[in-house]
Structures are given as C-alpha cells and as structure tokens.
Design a protein around this ligand. Structure first.
Ligand code: RB5
Length: 152
C-alpha cells in the first residue's frame, strides 16, 4: 500500500461523522487535511467538494472523503471535476467493489443515512482496497477519454 494522505470535508450535516473519521485517521496514523465547518451553521457543500476534488486531481492527497447529509450533493459536485471518480457508499461490499472496479478516488458518505460504526468500516475497507486493473482499466480509460473529448 502506498503512503495514504486524505483530504476530508463535510458540510454542517456531516460534522459529527467527519470528526469520528478524523479520530480514526489520527489513531491509525493516516495523514489528512480537514476542511469544513466547526459549528453547525449552514454551509454550502459544492465549494468544499471542489476543493477536495482538486487536491485529489493535483495529487496533493491520494484520496478524498466527503460527507453531507445524504452524501448525494457532495458526490454530484465532486464528479463534475475531471479525473474524479467519487463513489457514494452505504455498505461494505460497495466500499471494496468501487475501489477494485472503479478505482474511485473520493468516497462520499451520508451522515443522515448511515451510523458511525458502519461508516468507519466503509472508510477502512475503501482506504485499504486496491484497484484490480485488468478488464476494469479499459472502462476507466473510456470515462477519462469521454472527459477529454468533452473539454474540447
Ligand atoms: C443540507 O441540508 C443537505 O442538503 C446536505 O447536507 C446534503 O444532504 C446534500 O446533498
């Protein structure tokens, strides 16, 4: 496993889960950058998603984690950034499948959807599962090629 460095952000709906995950990152000595509000005041999720996504695409970090109430807004916004494959995950099967098959580089979680115990299992699984390559590589390349065509 290569050295992990995570950018993690939440809006107001995900502060408590963000703190739970940051504690796990600290305890397991995984490097991280934390973004997002400290108080429960209402915060727009798109700028936070774009900031984390850009840290991933510029290789400032290896992975991103985004949390909002449902995880949906964060995942929609992050997936607008070319090069991002953000997976909204609520179960451990999808957590490893999306790394193995989709080489997802951002994990989105819904703090109002899943509890902290399941979220931690998802994070741990997702961070420690490698992309399988092989037949899946061609499919990722098709997505990347579409992004490149759409830029022009
Ligand atoms: C905020 O109320 C909520 O819309 C946000 O956390 C998220 O669920 C959006 O997708």
């Amino acid at each position: 496993m290569n050295h992990l460095k995570i950018a993690i952000a939440s809006d107001h709906g995900g502060i408590a889960l963000r703190k739970t995950i940051v504690k796990y990152l600290q305890e397991t000595k995984i490097d991280y950058i934390e973004l997002g509000p400290e108080t429960s005041e209402s915060t727009d999720y798109p700028p936070l998603a774009f900031t984390v996504a850009n840290k991933v695409t510029t290789n400032e970090v290896t992975h991103g984690i985004l949390i909002c109430g449902t995880g949906i807004g964060m995942s929609i916004a992050a997936n607008k950034v070319p090069g991002i494959r953000c997976a909204l995950v609520s179960d451990t099967f999808s957590a490893h499948a999306t790394r193995e098959h989709n080489d997802s580089n951002i994990l989105a979680l819904g703090a109002r959807v899943i509890g902290p115990g399941l979220a931690l299992e998802i994070v741990e699984t997702w961070l420690h599962t490698e992309f399988q390559g092989g037949r899946h590589k061609k499919r990722i390349e098709q997505i990347t090629a579409y992004e490149k065509e759409s830029e022009t």
